[in-house]
Design a protein around this ligand. Structure first.
Ligand code: ADP
Ligand code: MG
Length: 210
């Protein structure tokens, strides 16, 4: 069981769709503990990614090529913290997937590379109320699922379930990284917008895998 370039393209399209559907929710979450731009940032970014995908002269040769297009486009169109963070995540993920197909260990390697990119860029540890609180449990759950013999679609489903749990678990946390940290104790009681968008993007990956 493997995922191919068509899966990666479908993931991108589903990502654009879900961030557009949840644009207002992400704006509201970011308005509560940030500056309210997260939903608009991601909507603009992924809309640009789909436009570039549609304009490609030839189909991408491997999964990494699709993810690299996401990375470079997000870096140039999404501002704020999330642009460079997601850009680095997709760039590292692209480097881990420069093949036409990936199996379960390949999915795990992709998610671990993305997490490493975010941590390298943002220097956040789990528990600081950032997107790391969704990515870290997602990568961990993916590895556990792959080890127990799950196929790539199940590995991605486990990752998105864990991202959901991780995102919900940011609610009571006090932010110590990013814009929300300016609020100190007042950041508690709110869901981190980047953790929520991470959950949406990983759910899109799982749905594209069927
Ligand atoms: P900005 O904070 O610049 O307005 P966004 O609103 O687009 O950028 O993104 C905010 C999200 O970015 C936060 O909800 C958080 O998940 C994530 N974030 C911010 N700083 C960091 C960091 N240092 N490490 C990991 N994630 C971070
Ligand atoms: Mg913001």
């Amino acid at each position: 069981m493997t995922l191919d370039v068509a899966w990666a393209v479908d993931w991108v399209r589903r990502s654009a769709q879900t961030v557009t559907e949840h644009r207002d929710e992400l704006i509201e979450l970011d308005r509560q503990i940030g500056d309210g731009d997260h939903g608009e940032n991601l909507h603009r970014g992924f809309t640009a990614v789909v436009a570039k995908l549609d304009a490609l002269p030839a189909p991408p040769a491997d999964i990494g090529e699709v993810l690299k297009l996401v990375a470079t486009t997000l870096m140039s169109t999404v501002g704020g913290a999330a642009g460079p963070l997601y850009g680095t995540a997709y760039l590292r993920a692209a480097k881990a997937t420069s093949v036409p197909q990936i199996d379960s260990p390949g999915v795990v390697a992709m998610l671990e590379a993305a997490l490493e990119g975010i941590v390298a860029r943002g220097k956040a540890s789990p528990g600081e109320k950032t997107m790391v609180d969704a990515w870290a449990p997602a990568a961990e759950a993916a590895a556990a699922a792959a080890e127990s013999g799950a196929g790539p679609a199940q590995v991605l489903a486990a990752a998105s379930d864990a991202a959901h749990e991780g995102a919900e678990a940011t609610i009571p946390l006090v932010a110590t990284k990013g814009r929300a940290s300016y609020l100190g104790e007042r950041s508690a009681g709110h869901l981190d917008p980047g953790a929520r968008s991470t959950e949406l993007l990983l759910r899109a990956a799982a749905q594209a895998a069927g």
